[in-house]
Design a protein around this ligand. Structure first.
Ligand code: DGP
Length: 142
């Protein structure tokens, strides 16, 4: 396996998991952590990461999917309710060529409203006060 395929413990999400960097967290248990994306493609754009140190879908142990996806589902329900969304898009980008920029497995949960287009992936930083307000709405919806 080339070095570039090895999990890097200093990636941004690993540092958020260790509380070395701040994040607007909406959910945490022994399996997963969910927090708002700082460059949201939609209001309330949330990321769910496993606590396991894995780069992407292909590195996740098969028996870890059930517990992790149960958290993705639970957080999705709270995002939809808290943001009063009409629907959701769930996305995952695998490898640099697949659009991945942070190499710790994560699913994007994107609230959707009919006729509202998504903003570009990883394009513009959101205001901290907006992230804070949306995180509060989602936390209140569990
Ligand atoms: P991906 O391309 O799937 O690896 O998406 C990474 C996402 O992470 C992207 O939408 C922007 C977001 N992001 C990048 N840096 C940070 C950060 O420091 N904090 C948070 N909360 N999100 C970040």
């Amino acid at each position: 396996m080339p070095d570039s395929d090895i999990y890097q413990p200093d990636n941004i999400f690993a540092r958020i998991l260790r509380d070395e960097l701040p994040a607007h967290k909406v959910f945490e248990d022994e399996v997963a952590l969910a927090f708002l994306d700082v460059m949201p493609q939609a209001d309330g754009h949330t990321l769910v990461i496993p606590k396991l140190a894995v780069r992407g879908v292909l590195d996740m142990p098969p028996n870890a999917w059930g517990p992790y996806m149960a958290r993705v589902q639970k957080v999705s329900a709270a995002v939809k309710k808290g943001m009063e969304a009409e629907g959701l898009s769930l996305r995952q980008f695998e490898g640099a060529a697949g659009g991945q920029t942070v190499f710790h497995l994560h699913f994007h949960i994107l609230p959707r409203w009919a006729g509202v287009a998504l903003r570009r992936h990883g394009d513009a930083m959101e205001k901290d006060e907006t992230l804070k307000a949306n995180a509060a709405k989602i936390r209140a919806a569990f």
